[in-house]
Design a binder for this molecule. Structure first.
Ligand SMILES: [Zn+2]
Length: 132
């Protein structure tokens, strides 16, 4: 098993309210040349948590940080009209995100939690990780 010391949170960068599935993301990531979906978990609009890439496989979600991290992504991140970055998390998604992060923190003691934008010049995940 690889060493996990970070959880990195992402958004799909899709408009608020648009339902996106693991299969959609897998298709997008295949188009970008990834082997499969780059994230390990996806939190849907209804707060349910869906597995993507297995945890024991290195993900493809954060340049320079993939080797020792788990990538968790919620669906949304853009304002419906302006398509500008926005914290679009539903209450259910906030709960779902907290749940999967807490589960991973129990599984990998000492792991730190980050937003993608700490490692890249991006808005992702469109909220401050301290508001998780
Ligand atoms: Zn991201």
């Amino acid at each position: 098993m690889r060493k996990i010391d970070k959880i990195i949170v992402h958004c799909t960068a899709t408009p608020e309210g648009r339902a996106v599935t693991v299969e959609d993301i897998r298709r997008w990531h295949l188009q970008r040349g990834f082997r499969t979906i780059g994230y390990h978990y996806v939190v849907y609009l209804d707060g349910t948590v869906h597995p993507g890439r297995p945890e024991d496989e290195i993900g493809a979600h954060c340049l320079g940080q993939n080797g020792n991290s788990i990538g968790v992504c919620y669906v949304g991140g853009l304002d419906k009209k302006s398509l500008l970055p926005k914290d679009t998390r539903t209450e259910a998604q906030k709960e779902g995100l907290r749940e999967i992060v807490a589960r991973l923190q129990r599984k990998y003691p000492g792991v730190s939690v980050h937003g993608h934008r700490e490692f890249a010049a991006k808005a992702c995940p469109c909220f401050d990780i301290k508001d998780l």
